[in-house]
Design a protein around this ligand. Sequence first.
Ligand SMILES: C[S@@+](CC[C@H](N)C(=O)[O-])C[C@H]1O[C@@H](n2cnc3c(N)ncnc32)[C@H](O)[C@@H]1O
Length: 185
Amino acid sequence: MTPVAQRGAAILRRLPNNGAMAEIGVLLAKLSEHVLSKSGASMVLVDSWAPASEQPDHYKATNDDHSKHDKRRADAHKREAMSRVARFGKRVKVLAAPSVEAAEKVDDGSLDLVFIDADHSYEGVKADIAAWLPKVKEGGWVGGHDYRNPDPRFRFGVDRAVDEWATASGAVIETDLNFTWFARV
Ligand SMILES: C[S@@+](CC[C@H](N)C(=O)[O-])C[C@H]1O[C@@H](n2cnc3c(N)ncnc32)[C@H](O)[C@@H]1O
């Protein structure tokens, strides 16, 4: 199984077949395409596809390659993502904006699952959990990527942000394939 298929399987285990989810951080929409093609789900796809010049310092400080794209590369990623999901029509809503801003355009309690995979800094993940958690309906799931990833290149702030939130809220974290994490809301 590819890493994308592993993340997809972890999501599809929890997402109702015709459920609604948001993916926060889309890049090329490979994961989005996987979920859309293997379910009847609808997806809100959130990505700023922004160049490094527009990224916050805490994101660039992680050294994550995705925080350092130039405009031409970021635009190419967006085009590729759009073409990958075009065939799914109305099942897809794209919010091309910073994630916290995009959250304002989504109704509270409207989603079965939110998958956080954008700015992996502590500040970024903390802000995304705060902004997107209210969008999940009771009994739904919040989760994300690169939790407890032993690869030093991916040891950003995810663990700290998720663990702090879990301790404060009493949420129980489950892990799944390819360093994904999930908690019931
Ligand atoms: C790790 S990639 C996403 C990978 C994708 N989820 C997958 O599984 O294939 C991270 C993406 O998050 C986006 N991103 C980073 N910070 C963001 C923010 N604050 N708001 C919206 N998108 C952001 C980047 O533009 C990048 O495309």
